[in-house]
Write a protein that binds this ligand. Structure first.
Ligand SMILES: C[S@@+](CC[C@H](N)C(=O)[O-])C[C@H]1O[C@@H](n2cnc3c(N)ncnc32)[C@H](O)[C@@H]1O
Ligand code: SF4
Length: 378
């Protein structure tokens, strides 16, 4: 099984926190679609004819595209790849693009998973982050999506927003769980270099919330999601049973995927590729038959580090049998030696034959993961 990710790099407005590759414009649509379809055709053998069981339309903002444009993209994928009948097809929608005719169109084109970028139900947060929508639009968007009969609906929320209290985060969570959503992605706000928030932080115009508040918001998230019937299958991802994102889970399980569009990444088990992060450069190079990506063959240490980085964030943890099979006794001993210390501190535990983070461990997952990284040969 394999997956396909399509990066649609257009946004109508710049969100102050966002570092995903995007351009604030919608004028290059047709040239972009032509290049995207061309890339799909050039790289049709990348997945070696494996059945494609997930397609993810992400961005940027895929919902700037009309149903006709999405249809053109999907039809090309159906022609070039072996897409399975029950393929999970996700689209990211911005709440202000959700109109009932549009939802019908998505449904009739087999799109069966909707990811709504709510971010917060509070107007003051949405304004601070420079989102296009307000909370009233977000409520309508979610209600209409559910009313249109989409069963597999997920929303994105951000916490750790400057000025947001624990009580306000609690209301955001309670309000989210009052809807029949099946999945939630909740991310702690990160101040990425080069973004508006990143620059404001440098100039002291905004500040990060303190560590105790961050931890309290994370703990509340885990607790509330669990009592609402959601399973935390990855640090930032919560799903009702049967509604985990297959596409994202496959990233964490080392399944091959092909990424199309500027900045998209691809992985086929032994190498990674990443497309140029520049729309004009991407279109020009694809059309001219020039190279539009860089790639890296993955050596054993890199594969080991990637496995730890992804698996430790999930509920499945580090599978010790897999480690022994893939990285031999050396890899196994390395993991077990380090794990001893974290187990003693109550940050990690052994579950069947896997090492998983405890709730305490999840709070400092980045630090634990970095201690597991094997240094490269220099
Ligand atoms: C590719 S983005 C956006 C999808 C869609 N364009 C939207 O804005 O709703 C996916 C998600 O990543 C999260 N995200 C992006 N940048 C972030 C940051 N700096 N800190 C925390 N969450 C972030 C947001 O929740 C966002 O919805
Ligand atoms: S969060 Fe979404 S809409 Fe906002 S800039 Fe990033 S990709 Fe675009």
């Amino acid at each position: 099984m394999a997956g396909i990710y399509i990066h649609i790099p257009f946004c109508k407005k710049l969100c102050f926190y966002c570092d995903f590759y995007h351009v604030v414009s919608v004028k290059d649509n047709s040239a972009f679609i032509d290049a995207l379809l061309k890339e799909a055709s050039i790289r049709k053998d990348y997945l070696e004819n494996e059945p494609v069981s997930t397609i993810y339309l992400g961005g940027g903002t895929p919902s700037v595209f009309s149903i006709k444009e999405l249809e053109t993209i999907l039809n090309t994928l159906y022609k070039l790849f072996k897409v399975t009948d029950d393929c999970e097809i996700t689209i990211e929608l911005n709440p202000d693009d959700v109109l009932s005719g549009y939802l019908e169109g998505l449904k009739s084109h087999n799109i069966n998973r909707i990811s709504l970028g709510i971010q917060s139900w509070r107007d003051s947060d949405l304004k601070l982050m420079n989102r296009r929508h307000d909370s009233a639009q977000a409520v309508i968007a979610l209600k209409e999506t559910l009313a249109a009969g989409f069963e597999n609906v997920t929303i994105d929320l951000i916490y750790g927003i400057p000025g947001m209290t624990l009580k306000e985060w609690e209301s955001n969570l309670d309000f989210s769980f009052s809807f029949d959503i099946k999945h939630l992605s909740a991310y702690h706000l990160t101040f990425e270099e080069g973004t508006v928030f990143g620059k404001m932080l440098e100039k002291g115009m905004i500040s990060e919330i303190d560590e105790d508040d961050s931890a309290a918001q994370f703990n509340l998230l885990v607790e509330k999601a669990e009592s609402a019937g959601f399973i935390q299958y990855e640090i930032s991802n919560f799903g009702k049973p049967g509604f985990f994102s297959i596409h994202n889970s496959n990233y964490w399980k080392q399944v091959s995927y092909l990424g199309l569009g500027p900045s998209a990444h691809s992985f086929n088990g032994y190498s990674r590729q990443w497309n140029v992060r520049n729309l004009k450069g991407y279109i020009k190079s694809v059309n001219a038959g020039e190279s539009f990506f860089e790639s890296e063959e993955l050596d054993t240490k890199t594969r080991f580090n990637e496995y730890i980085m992804t698996s430790l964030r999930t509920m499945w943890g580090i599978d010790l049998e897999y480690v022994e099979g893939m990285f031999e006794k050396e890899g196994y001993d390395y993991v077990m030696n380090l794990a001893g210390k974290f187990k003693n501190y109550g940050l990690m535990k052994l579950e069947k034959k896997s090492l998983v983070l405890t709730n305490q461990g999840k709070l400092i997952s980045d630090n634990i993961i970095s201690e597991f990284m094997m240094p490269g040969d220099e």
